[in-house]
Design a protein around this ligand. Sequence first.
Ligand SMILES: [Fe+2]
Length: 209
Amino acid sequence: MLDQKITNEDMQKRIMRFKEMKKTHGVPLMFIDSILPGHHRMNYAVIGDTASEDTEYKPVITAPHRFQIGMVKAPPGNGPAFHTHDYIEAFMPLSGRWRFYWANDPERADNPEGEAILEPWDLISLPPKLWRGFENISDEDAWILGILEEHTAFVSKDPYWAPQIIEQAKAYGFEADETGRMIKPANFEELRERMRVQLEVQRLVSNEI
Ligand SMILES: [Fe+2]
């Protein structure tokens, strides 16, 4: 055991305050699909990354962990597009209702092999390689918590997107390279700020937390 005292200052850095995080850590275009209708969302890295493709995220808690935690807020009808990872990710809705759908074939987003509707406090654990998507099916913005197995960001493709999603994102000027880094369109910052405002306005309209 390490003979090292943990200070109160250390401990303060290991606390995520939700109200503060919302103001300072939202990433509106964290992934190449985030620009696509039906896949708009705000991503928050709480511990580690959340499989980000945008290198400009910063986690709230920076101390090393052997797992990673992210949060997502999505407007009604929105959520991550069909994708997969090399590691397990598990999700627990914090508000709203969420539909998860999955298949072993990346072409089956519209004709999935299975699906489930989750409510707050439910949890789903998605195994590596299974193709999955999910969406907020409630009529207000909703939050979900994600727990990811430890992985190193920006060493290979992550997430793997279904071919049709890659094509759709390309039409908006969004791609990812072989290290999983987003190749951004020239007007990325303008698009990012427009999306930030759009997601924020929806929050105010829906009077969400
Ligand atoms: Fe994922």
